[in-house]
Write a protein that binds this ligand. Structure first.
Ligand SMILES: [Zn+2]
Length: 697
């Protein structure tokens, strides 16, 4: 320690606490690098030598096992900064600057605070006063060097790793189903059970179409899935357990099952909060991508197909539910509908009705998120019918014929690419011939050269055969122009399509799959009427408008024509008679039922039709009491006379209760001894009460 150390330490410093900061980057270093830890604790003696008392020295060692690259997780370092900024620290002790901070920003901040609060810094080389320019310059330099040291270390390690990865030689722990052979090459696991289980997983996914369904099938059939233990006493052992969703996803996402060596599929970035974020890169940005570097369970095409399928399924559970896969319910447009008002995906709701499940398309996401009323609700039965009719119209022989012709025309224009492929074959042939000539020219006695040239010739020949085969395959694919027979069968299928579409044995899910072959999505807006914008797969679009469907109570309402008829009949008939008349003429209620007297009464009340009683009274009819007064007889006599046709009575209920026409000049009188029957007037009355007369109670 230099002489001037004691000059820098002032009594003001000695009054305050000395903080000894101790850190090792990793737990492993804590155990193995004991010497360094001891040296760090030994710094305490320096502080004592400078004049601090033992009890004045506080040791901060809560950051043992923490990296110095950032201050965020280092609780101890943060405490140190706090103590310094509060002016409680007289000196900060650390073995090297790198112990304090390997990050320039943290380091310079500490220096700044030390300078402001007049705190000294001590390392193995001496005492520094950050308020002095020279000391500060030196400390700053040390901090920068320390950060650079970290960078160089990392760059060297990383560079080595990347170089190895580029050659495909980096050891990356193989996933289950693979093993290294005696020569260190990656091969399929020699354990047949493991191999077959992996194959079964791929087969099941292909058949069932989702990771969830794969797990279900494994569970139902009781098939277990292998896992390899990578650490601990049982390292290398395989244990068998139930297949989990995560296993399936990991296997499907891992390109190694397709025989591809990959490295650098993700990138780690430190966020503003100091937390590391892993970012998955698209396929083009992967650091290393070496196809066919080892044996595979599936082809690369199948791998990509699987991922595409997974993505499609994932869209169903994302916040937007974009393009959910077809499900069991009858709603044809499930997963294809967008709200025309707010642009979100619409969801589906089913109502159980007598005729079966009735779909309704609902935009409720925003409503749920903001606790508002839902955006729009559109009954689906009518919409499904329209879309279904449209589909039948589209898939007809005429439209298909046009489509087939266009497709054939396009395929005939493939000559250009054919020419290019042919050139590749020609080149391979030329190289093979060249290799052959070289081999022929060499002296057969010169075995070493001859062997090499022969191997080269063989290799070139193989490449040529390969190129030729590929060329032929591609030609075959390109030339797949439909012949007349195929064309006829496709057109016949189109003719058959309506029957197939309506066949009740066809599952809803299959019907929806067919819809998806044609329709990309449907945007719906409900206003004065319902507007559907359909986007088709080929890029065409179509707009359809439909009237708003009747509300259920509207669809149950009695026809206005029938109500008019009832109004008319009320002039001459009672409720019971009206019901009978309507039923006889084939009229039915809004719900399709026969009329009853009670039903007519209800309609009369609901539509405020004028009651029959009022109508009769208005035309001057008298009640039984009034009639009795006019005739000066008992009400019973009035009824008896009416029953025998001496008075004109008009029933206004089904009981019947009647009103009576005023008798006029020729009114009946009491005539004792004369039989009522013989007194009946000669002209018949318009309306008569039935014979059975009830007396009023
Ligand atoms: Zn909406």
């Amino acid at each position: 320690m230099r002489e001037d150390a004691h000059q820098k330490v002032k009594p003001t410093h000695l009054k305050r606490t000395a903080y000894l900061y101790i850190r090792q980057s990793t737990i492993r270093q804590v155990f193995e690098n004991v010497e360094s830890t001891k040296r760090q604790y030994a710094l305490r003696q320096h502080a004592v030598a400078l004049g601090w008392r033992q009890e004045q020295i506080t040791v901060i060692d809560s950051d043992l096992g923490q990296s110095g690259a950032s201050a965020v997780d280092r609780e101890g370092f943060q405490r140190l900064v706090t103590e310094v900024s509060l002016g409680r620290a007289g000196i900060v002790l650390g073995l090297e600057v790198s112990r304090l901070a390997r990050n320039s920003m943290d380091w310079h901040r500490l220096l700044e605070i030390c300078a402001l609060s007049d705190t000294l810094i001590l390392d193995e080389d001496g005492v520094y006063d950050p308020a002095h320019f020279n000391d500060r310059l030196l400390l700053g330099l040390k901090g920068t060097m320390s950060e650079a040291e970290l960078h160089v270390l990392r760059a060297r390690l990383q560079g080595g790793i990347l170089n190895k990865a580029r050659r495909g030689e980096l050891f990356v722990r193989p996933p289950i189903g693979f093993a290294h052979d005696a020569l260190g090459r990656l091969v399929l696991d020699p354990d047949q059970q493991i191999q077959q289980t992996i194959r079964k997983l791929f087969d099941t996914f292909q058949r069932a179409g989702s990771a969830m369904a794969t797990v279900r099938e494994f569970r139902n059939t009781g098939v277990l899935f292998p896992r390899r233990i990578h650490s601990g006493a049982a390292k290398g052992d395989v244990i068998w357990g139930k297949l989990q969703h995560g296993h399936v996803l990991r296997v499907l996402h891992n390109p190694r099952y397709a025989g591809v060596f990959v490295y650098g599929r993700s990138r780690t970035r430190k966020g503003i909060d100091g937390e590391c974020k892993v970012q998955h890169l698209p396929r083009e940005e992967w650091h290393t991508f070496l196809p066919e570097s080892h044996p595979a369970y599936i082809s690369w095409e199948e791998y990509e197909r699987n991922l595409k399928r997974l993505r499609e399924s994932a869209q169903a559970i994302g916040s937007d539910r974009r393009k959910s896969p077809p499900r069991e319910g009858p709603a044809l447009l499930q997963g294809l509908i967008l709200c025309g008002k707010c642009g979100r995906r619409m969801t589906l709701r089913y109502h159980a009705r007598q005729a079966g499940l009735c779909p309704a398309y609902v935009c409720q996401r925003k409503g749920i998120e903001n606790a508002e009323a839902i955006c729009q609700h559109i009954p689906g039965v009518q919409i499904d019918r329209v879309v279904s009719d449209m589909l039948l119209e589209l898939v007809n022989p005429v439209t298909l014929d046009v489509a087939l012709t266009v497709q054939q025309e396009l395929q005939r224009h493939l000559d250009e690419s054919d020419r290019l492929r042919k050139q590749q074959v020609e080149r391979a042939r030329y190289e093979a011939e060249l290799a052959q000539r070289r081999y022929m020219l060499v002296d057969p006695g010169n075995r070493l050269v001859a062997d090499t040239l022969e191997a080269d010739w063989n290799h070139k020949l193989r490449a040529f055969t390969e190129a030729q085969r590929e060329y032929e395959d591609r030609c075959e694919q390109d030339r797949q122009v439909f012949n007349e027979e195929q064309r006829a069968s496709i057109l016949a299928l189109a003719q058959d399509f309506p029957r197939l579409w309506r066949d009740p044995a066809i599952e809803d899910r299959d019907r929806k799959r067919m819809i998806r072959l044609l329709i990309e999505d449907v945007t719906m807006i409900r206003g004065e009427q319902i507007t559907l914008h359909l986007r088709f797969r080929g890029g065409a679009d179509k707009t359809v408008t439909l009237p708003n469907p009747l509300r259920s109570w509207e669809s149950w309402m009695t026809d206005s024509e029938v109500v008019g008829k009832i109004d008319e009949l009320l002039n001459t008939q009672t409720f019971g008679e009206i019901a009978a008349t309507l039923n006889k003429n084939g009229f039915r209620s809004g719900k399709g039922q026969r009329f009853t007297s009670r039903y007519i009464a209800r309609i009369q009340k609901q539509y405020s039709l004028r009651p029959r009683f009022d109508r009769l009274r208005k035309s001057g009819m008298l009640t039984v009491k009034e009639m009795a007064n006019v005739l000066s007889v008992n009400p019973v006599t009035v009824r008896t006379w009416a029953a025998h046709g001496l008075l004109k009575a008009h029933p206004y209920t089904d009981k019947p209760e009647c009103l009576y026409e005023p008798p006029g000049s020729d009114m009946p009188r009491k005539a004792q001894g004369t039989k009522l029957l013989s007194r009946r007037p000669t002209a018949p009355l318009l309306s008569e009460c039935p014979k059975e007369v009830q007396c009023e109670a």
